[in-house]
Design a protein around this ligand. Structure first.
Ligand SMILES: [Zn+2]
Length: 399
């Protein structure tokens, strides 16, 4: 309360200027009774606020901070939380705040550094949305045409702004379509390399989705492929799935199905809270046992996640099984009710968030002259978000 009144008092006195180059006066600062440092900005913006213990912990001097590695010096024995400010000086140097601590340490902080880390709710929100991760836009079937984003392969490969827009669409809408890619087996790899690098799994780096004799994975059959996410049996699941349509089936089927799983989970939470609770709390045994590329594997991951490839091992108490099926059936019913259906053409690349989108395929039939053939590759979200941040920072106009 004290801080709020303090701010209001100063706000009246400060001139307002939207121009961040017009830094006419020096910054000033003071400390509240609650040990919060309040910095008045020279250009008259909202006062910035920082707990003094946080400033002490984030001292930028060379003894406390290693500038080259952008890291705190590796010493966990930081100054006591009780370390008080002896004096604070905002006017010694232009746009620099100087603090003398009672333990005879001295810290200096640049105004732009402080502005970027201000604890005000608006600034924390800005950081989370603009720097950390863009906010998801959940969508149902009726909104599909509004959330569909299409990009030209050539533009994604050649223009950094288009690459950024593509990655943002994956982060926000959860999927997108890339058109007019060349008739080339390396398209999925080229796109993964454009972001960073491919995630290797038990199915190799690139994987081919086509009907195979003696198929060792359900996706390699011509039967309908129910809605699912890939690799629920991995602790570190694939972030996005890049599916390049190399040859499409000329038969009736072979369409993609897709539902926003987060939208369905949210719908379930609102409309059937008890069922939602069961799906959140009941751990499920996901598994994959097989052989690919000469390597045998036996993956198990135990987690309360919605998926369709469950082990027949179900390691929960007996009485939890039937309620889980009831909740699961409702989730699947909602997921199919909201699923969109579309068929990709050769040269299309369907890319989606594998942790969010449930995807599937209708049945199809190969003929001797027409064999459906997709090539897929995975990329992890850590790599994608990093790329988004790097490109955004490059084009940032923040001053
Ligand atoms: Zn220091």
């Amino acid at each position: 309360m004290f801080v709020r009144q303090f701010n209001r008092y100063f706000l009246h006195k400060l001139p307002h200027s939207g121009d961040c180059l017009a830094l006419k006066s020096l910054l000033s600062a003071s400390v509240t009774e609650g040990n919060v440092v309040v910095v008045q900005q020279p250009n008259g913006g909202e006062p910035l606020q920082f707990p003094s213990v946080w400033l002490r912990d984030n001292c930028q001097c060379s003894a406390c901070f290693h500038a080259n590695t952008k890291s705190r010096q590796a010493n966990w024995k930081r100054a006591s939380v009780e370390s008080r400010i002896r004096s604070i000086n905002g006017g010694a140097e232009k746009d620099v705040l100087t603090i003398d601590w009672q333990d005879n340490h001295k810290s200096t902080f640049r105004l732009d550094w402080l502005q970027d880390r201000d604890f005000a709710p608006t600034n924390r929100k800005r950081y989370i949305e603009e720097v950390y991760k863009p906010t998801y836009q959940l969508w149902g079937k009726s909104e599909f045409s509004n959330v569909l984003r299409s990009f030209e392969f050539k533009d994604v490969m050649q223009q950094e702004e288009v690459l950024l827009a593509w990655l943002e669409s994956l982060a926000i809408q959860g999927f997108s379509r890339i058109k007019n890619s060349p008739h080339d087996l390396t398209v999925a790899r080229q796109l993964a390399d454009r972001i960073g690098y491919i995630k290797r799994t038990t199915y190799g780096e690139e994987f081919e989705v086509k009907s195979k004799d003696n198929a060792r994975n359900y996706a390699y059959l011509m039967t309908p492929l129910p809605l699912h996410t890939d690799m629920p049996y991995y602790e570190y699941k694939a972030g996005i799935n890049i599916l390049h349509c190399y040859v499409q089936s000329q038969s009736q089927g072979g369409s993609n199905l897709m539902t926003d799983g987060f939208y369905i989970a949210e719908k379930l939470r609102k409309e059937f809270p008890k069922l939602f609770e069961i799906l959140v709390k009941t751990p499920v045994d996901w598994y994959d046992i097989g052989k690919d590329g000469g390597m045998s594997f036996h993956n198990i991951w135990r987690a309360p996640t919605i998926c369709t490839k469950r082990d027949s091992h179900f390691t929960v108490p007996l009485e939890q099984v039937a309620p889980w099926y009831e909740a699961y059936d409702k989730f699947i019913e909602l997921a199919y009710a909201e699923a969109v259906n579309f068929k990709t053409n050769p040269g299309d690349v369907f890319v989606f968030n594998n942790l969010r989108m449930l995807h599937g395929r209708t049945a199809y039939e190969d003929s001797p002259t027409n064999k459906r053939h997709l090539i897929g590759a995975y990329v992890d979200w850590d790599i994608i978000y990093s790329k988004i941040r790097i490109i955004r920072a490059k084009y940032s106009t923040k001053c």
